[in-house]
Ligand binder design. Structure first.
Ligand code: FES
Ligand code: FES
Length: 180
């Protein structure tokens, strides 16, 4: 059968057999950023975002996602124009062999899409299904915190620097202090 999917905002029709996982289908179609690790749902290397939720694509039967919307690492930045999450991982030296990183970044994107300002415990919990054998995780934590800041700054820039309800300056107004 052919699966009709939206992958990285593009409508595609991808061949699939009844036993294929979503990871199989994506990789066969050239979306090889999602890595094949354990194939038992334990490592997270195959993480993609399906209908807004990060999932482990190796354990997701492909036929069940017909009509779905998938985001893969290929839909983020490019080598010359990294997505803020990718740039944060690079600048914080949060990768060594790199094999876990596409899954880690897609997990991070899912986390920050849902919770743009997570604390350390929330980041640890959010990434707990993704394993890294190289980094010891501390630099990954730094990268996710940095990515949250970068995304906040870029969304403020896109807003034209408008105040948000939880800006300190707005709180000052609520407290009746002068901004002059
Ligand atoms: S390859 Fe999917 S969780 Fe390991
Ligand atoms: S950087 Fe090597 S497994 Fe994470």
């Amino acid at each position: 059968m052919d699966l009709n999917l939206t992958v990285n905002e593009k409508q595609v029709s991808l061949p699939a057999t009844g036993s294929d996982s979503l990871l199989d289908v994506l990789r066969q179609a050239g979306y090889t950023g999602a890595k094949r690790g354990c194939e038992t749902g334990d490592c997270g290397f195959c993480t993609v975002i399906l209908d807004g939720e990060p999932i482990k694509s190796c354990t997701q039967p492909a036929v069940a996602v017909d009509g779905g919307t998938v985001e893969t690492i290929e839909g983020l930045g490019t080598q010359d124009d990294l997505h803020p999450i990718q740039a944060a991982f690079v600048d914080n030296a949060a990768l060594q062999c790199g094999f876990c990183i596409p899954g880690m970044i897609m997990r991070t994107k899912g986390l920050l899409d849902e919770n743009p300002d997570p604390d350390e415990a929330e980041i640890r919990a959010g990434l707990s299904g993704n394993i890294c054998r190289c980094t010891g995780y501390e630099k990954i934590l730094d990268a996710v915190q940095d990515a949250a800041k970068r995304l906040d700054e870029s969304s403020m820039a896109a807003d034209g620097g408008r105040e948000r309800p939880n800006d300190e300056s707005s709180v000052s107004c609520d407290l009746g202090e002068s901004n002059e």
